[in-house]
Design a protein. Sequence first.
Length: 317
Amino acid sequence: MTEALPRLDTNPEIRQKLLPYCRLKPGEIWTDPRGRHAVAVSDARDPESMAGLVRALDGTHPVLLAADPPYNFPVGGRRSEQLFSGDIPAYLDFSRKWIAAGLGVLDENAHVYIWLGADQNDGFQPLPDFMLMMRAFKELESRSLITMRNQRGYGTQQNWMSVRQELLYYRRGKPSFFPQYTDIPRLLKGYYKGEQSNDDRSRHRNIRPGNVWVDIQQVFYRLEENVPGSYAQKPVKALERVILSSSEADDVVMDPFAHSGTTLIAAERSGRRCICADIDPVFAEISIRRLEWYRESGKTGWQWQSPFPEVSGDEPG
């Protein structure tokens, strides 16, 4: 089986065919008929756009920001306007602006999670540069550097295969945190002060994920949650873990780089509200359609089928 759509950010001709079917233009916001979510076509760096997105969902400030921005290096060996790469100073300037815009609308007690990469062929940029830059945001306290292991890596016979994905975790103020558990059962007992065993310390039969996640499957075309055309897709399970640990029912979560709409779907499944944005109308439309498809079918994606079934190669009309 092959996916119904190729990678959209590097196929401008197909993207142009999809644009007429997108309900939003730059600067516009879609609001959920059920009043739970809002999706915008806007630039994550624009403070007024982010403020407008908050106002679209009754003005409640998000308690969680989960972002998967461009990483500043070719993804899958290819660059694109959406997944760009360039010099470090320009990338850090881009990063400062979108972080400042996000912080401008977050609650005073909030969690911030940022997916990021490290180019092992280019001095591991931008990860160390980004982490140093984040020290300028004095209101944020660094909490953890999470590593998610991808089951399907990439590499050559001349180097260690790259199978890791970094997730930076910060917090503002003193937001609540709720420990989560994996599906991995506890098989060994550990002993602590006073010879207290794991059984005494925890009533849960499974282990906690810690900051190295080995139990989440990387998204590819054999999984239901796969969204054809969305190359940089994160697993729903990863975002559900973030959301469940760092928010409560009916809280608002925010994603300024919506892409395939994973944060939106995870919020819907977790009983949270979500505001998200993407600078590209096509990916904003995919996010909305993915939510509608989930509500209609109970499926988290399209696997290898197209999110745009009406497009058969001909222009609409």
